[in-house]
Design a protein around this ligand. Structure first.
Ligand code: PEP
Ligand code: MN
Length: 271
């Protein structure tokens, strides 16, 4: 099946968590894995509020080479351990073809970051990695280019693809990016693949994340992925867009009403 056929929604399983089914899925965790304490505290905090999948970067695509680049293999181990302790599957970015083996050994889902969306050599290899893929939309990619990138994975033999809208570059510089929510509805019309929203990278601004998560539910997204940190002001990356534990709990509560409105009375976030 190609990305652009069939209206029946595909359900992508990540560990024991279905994405694209009746319920919405929340992935949450730090932008970067920084320490055992930081990732483990966060895992237990988000799990207790209803997050289903733990996120955390070990290989970080930073604009400046002088910024924190991630803990690499050590970060992968810490993420895996925190996920196992809290009882959650984990998702993390794979930046390079060289790292596919190590990342696949530690993670349940592999993230292709926005900057790598059109790294076709990486996509071709990931099509054979045997892991579900979270494919972020490139900052300047059209919907057509985004779906073509997904097609590389499907065509290469990996049907387990989840799309993620994370904001695009526009003329507006008021926020880090522009959240293109209409594209989520469009992509839901055009493909059978699950689509989630990343309000953290889309806005870059902590105070807007909960309201954008609500909007994502209202427009029919299959879930959200958000950044959470025990001490956002001390985060080594993306602190300004990281939720506190209390902020995350509030976001989760705010998602309930739009979820019910769109998916029916019994709809909930998956735990
Ligand atoms: C991330 O999820 O940490 C990240 C770097 O996201 P993006 O690739 O969307 O910028
Ligand atoms: Mn980040």
């Amino acid at each position: 099946m190609t990305a652009g056929t069939a209206r029946e929604g595909t359900v992508v399983w990540v560990g024991d968590v279905p994405i694209g089914g009746a319920e919405a899925v929340v992935m949450a965790g730090p932008c970067s894995v920084e320490s055992r304490w930081q990732v483990t505290e966060t895992a237990f905090a988000v799990k207790s509020c209803g997050a289903a999948i733990l996120r955390g970067g070990a290989y970080k695509p930073r604009t400046s080479p002088y910024d924190f680049q991630g803990l690499g293999i050590e970060g992968l181990k810490l993420l895996r351990r925190a996920g196992d302790e809290a009882g959650m599957p984990v998702v993390t970015e794979v930046m390079s073809e060289d790292d596919i083996g190590a990342v696949s050994d530690h993670a349940d889902m592999l993230q292709v970051g926005a900057r790598n969306m059109q790294n076709f050599a990486l996509l071709k290899k990931l099509a054979r990695a045997g892991r579900p893929i979270l494919l972020k939309r490139g900052p300047s990619a059209t919907v057509k280019e985004w779906l073509s990138a997904a097609e590389y994975l499907l065509h290469g033999g990996n049907e387990r693809v989840v799309l993620c809208e994370r904001g695009i570059k526009t003329f507006d510089t008021g926020l880090r990016n522009t959240l293109d929510l209409a594209s989520v509805a469009l992509v839901k019309e055009m493909t059978h693949l699950p689509v989630i929203v990343d309000p953290s990278h889309a806005t870059g601004k902590r105070s807007l994340i909960a309201v954008c998560a609500r909007a994502a539910m209202a427009i029919g997204a299959d879930g959200v992925i958000v950044e959470v940190h025990p001490e956002p002001e001390k985060a080594l990356s993306d602190g300004a867009q990281s939720l506190t534990f209390d902020g995350f709990a509030e976001m989760m509560m705010g998602m309930a009403a739009p979820l019910r409105a769109v998916r029916g009375v019994g709809a909930a976030v998956i735990r």
